[in-house]
Design a protein around this ligand. Structure first.
Ligand SMILES: *Cc1c(COP(=O)(O)O)cnc(C)c1O
Length: 228
């Protein structure tokens, strides 16, 4: 990996389109979300200068500091855990939230969004492996809550997100990506409507995720270098 973020960005974009094409998808089937957590606004500005507009942050506080320092035509996605008491701060900053993991939180977010005249795009974060340490919906609970989630008026449920268990090689993540896609297919069949979004794939495994249907990959260290 080079130390020039523009060079890293174009390398990652190339790998994304290559992975899509070799799995029979269109070159632009998966969007790139550049994960800028821990990196200062000046570093993020280098990626903006290279023509990229969509960024992910995992903490509200960091977003509050960083987002106002950058151009206002950027798209910001919250990828980290969202606490109820931060929803009111999050909504003016982030247009998309990848980490809704209960009906209660979704309902509360919809209510606050109504007050603020917002309608964020929402991915439901699913904990496929039943890991104690991870946030996320249990798959059967998503099935049970689906109708209520889809009825919420001020959030737009666009799909599912997962963070697979730590793995030593990219192939180890493949079964989890398959599971997320299958859960999505099942939910679509139950709801009779499409849930197009699959937020899956990070620096270490985004090509495998795209081969399994990812529509948005969340990539930080392959662009910025490793976080210290
Ligand atoms: C940090 C983070 C990423 C990016 O991880 P990299 O390995 O640096 O690409 C993706 N998704 C979530 C939820 C993260 O917290």
């Amino acid at each position: 990996m080079g130390n020039d973020v523009a060079e890293n960005l174009s390398g990652v974009k190339q790998r994304i389109s290559d992975a899509a094409l070799r799995s029979g998808r269109s070159a632009d089937a998966a969007q790139l979300l550049v994960v800028s957590k821990t990196w200062p606004a000046e570093k993020v500005a280098d990626v903006v200068a290279a023509g990229h507009l969509a960024f992910g942050e995992n903490r509200i506080q960091e977003g509050e500091d960083k987002i106002p320092q950058l151009p206002d035509n950027l798209q910001w996605h919250l990828i980290g855990h969202l606490q109820r008491n931060k929803v009111r701060k999050a909504l003016p900053l982030f247009q998309t939230i990848h980490s809704i993991d209960s009906l209660k939180l979704a309902r509360y977010t919809s209510n606050i969004a109504a007050e603020l005249s917002k309608k964020p795009d929402i991915y439901l974060q699913v904990d496929l492996a039943g890991e104690e340490s991870k946030n996320g919906y249990e798959p059967d609970q998503v099935r049970r809550d689906l109708d209520d989630l889809l009825a919420l008026e001020h959030v737009s449920i666009v799909g599912l997100m997962c963070i697979p268990p730590m793995a030593s090689k990219p192939e180890d993540a493949r079964p989890w990506f398959v599971k997320l896609r299958e859960l999505r297919d099942d939910l679509e069949a139950r709801a009779g409507r499409s849930l197009p979004g699959l937020s899956m794939g990070m620096s270490g495994d985004f090509e495998v995720a795209i081969e399994e249907g990812s529509t948005i990959v969340r990539v930080g260290s392959a662009i910025f270098g490793s976080r210290t």
